[in-house]
Design a protein around this ligand. Structure first.
Ligand code: NAD
Ligand code: TYD
Length: 360
């Protein structure tokens, strides 16, 4: 048996494949375009070709996807592949529409053709698991209840709009064609292998390189943080127990302001890697220009998943941050490998013009 994972060389996909490989002998086919965010080195420990295959390619390449499905007959597709960074979607939305919307459409279409050819157990067991985000629901006010699966969609960034469009297509493929799809909307993940354009690894990387820690606006925006291993555990359960046609929200019950997150990172680094001048990393925090259309608050009610499958987030945020920071401190080779020219160009573009609005 096998599963097809798309975008498996990215942050969540590689954590998912590594966790999967510990628990199963099943072959994992990883279809990844290897954009700037895809790093095959994340999976370098998986050396057995009978259990792991990396195919460099695009989910929008229908011929390739059809060939992979015919050849390996996976019992499930986990669709992680996406352009995933809100700030990049503001600068260049086109690739987000191409991969997240058109790419997901192609994947669905080829999966549908494959699915109708299945019979018996293969037909009964097949699942298309679409990994998505709480950002499709838009932004909450401080007193609003958390998002549930029935919250209205109100995406505010090109990223979240493209993910919302993909979610609608996935839903339509279930209702119209009977493709057994399940969609998950998860809150902000953190953990090893996250590309340092995202908030937490960016703060860690900048701090250890003596660079400013840029906080957008007043830093009082709220995100619900979930350790990536808890997300992966939820996705494994969703394959086993998720009902086709359903959506499940996944969240960590750990709402934090960006300010709380960055100061916690600084305090942990003060203990794990004190600055040579004896000052706190907190002195490096700088307020910079806010992100356009910046969502104020996300919060997730994951009761449906918890009640249906007995899932719970297991990692406390501060403890999870300590192990994550420890990982980034130990994995200097990994950091070096992602710290390419393309990454530096992005940092210049995003922070070169806006950084230094003023120290607090
Ligand atoms: P990531 O940017 O780290 O990785 C994305 C991966 O997809 C990369 O390996 C990239 O090479 C690959 N990819 C991009 N375009 C592709 C294409 N056209 N064909 C094949 N592969 C392609 O993203 P991530 O943070 O691991 O997120 C994975 C999924 O989870 C995304 O769908 C994202 O929307 C969703 N999600 C992320 C978070 C989060 O906090 N990171 C939270 C909720 C949901
Ligand atoms: P991010 O990791 O980009 O995730 P998302 O926007 O998808 O939630 O950002 C998390 C929060 O951190 C978000 O409110 C934006 C904020 N942020 C900063 O304040 N400074 C930064 O340099 C970055 C990248 C993010």
């Amino acid at each position: 048996m096998s599963i097809l994972v798309t975008g498996g060389a990215g942050f969540i996909g590689s954590n998912f494949i590594l966790d999967w490989a510990v628990r199963s002998d099943e072959l994992v086919i990883n279809l990844d375009r290897l954009t700037y965010a895809g790093n095959p080195a994340n999976l370098a420990t998986l050396a057995d070709p009978a259990r792991y295959l990396l195919i460099q390619g695009d989910i929008g390449d229908g011929e390739l996807v059809a060939d992979l499905l015919a050849r390996y007959r996976p019992r499930a597709i986990f669709n992680f592949a996406a352009e995933s960074h809100v700030d990049r979607s503001i600068h260049a939305p086109g690739t987000f529409i191409q991969t997240n919307v058109v790419g997901t459409f192609t994947l669905l279409e080829i999966a549908r053709i494959f699915y109708v050819s299945l019979r018996g157990d293969e037909e009964r067991d097949f699942r298309f698991i679409h990994i998505s985000t709480d950002e499709v629901y838009g932004s909450l006010n401080p007193a609003d209840p958390p998002f549930t699966e029935t919250s209205l969609y109100a995406p505010n960034s090109p990223y979240s709009a493209s993910k919302a469009a993909a979610n609608h297509l996935v839903r339509a493929y279930f209702h119209t064609y009977g493709l057994p799809t399940v969609t998950t909307n998860c809150s902000n993940n953190y953990g090893p292998f996250q590309f340092p354009e995202k908030f937490i690894p960016l703060m860690i990387l900048n701090a250890i390189n003596d660079l400013p820690l840029p906080i957008y606006g007043d830093g009082l925006q709220v995100r619900d943080w979930l350790h990536v291993a808890d997300h992966c555990a939820a996705l494994r359960l969703v394959l086993e127990k998720g009902r086709p046609g359903e959506t499940y929200n996944i969240g960590g019950d750990q709402e934090k302001t960006n300010w709380e997150v960055v100061t916690t990172i600084c305090d942990i680094l003060d203990r794990l890697k004190p600055r040579l001048d004896g000052h706190s990393y907190r002195e490096m925090i700088r307020r910079v220009q806010d992100r356009p259309g910046h969502d104020r608050r996300y919060a997730i009610c994951a009761d449906k998943l918890k009640n249906a499958m007995g899932w719970q987030p297991t990692r406390n945020f501060t403890e999870g941050l300590v192990t994550t920071i420890d990982w980034y401190l130990r994995e200097s080779a990994w950091l070096k490998s992602v710290n390419s020219g393309a990454y530096r160009d992005w940092v210049d573009k995003q922070y070169g013009l806006t950084a230094g609005v003023g120290a607090l």
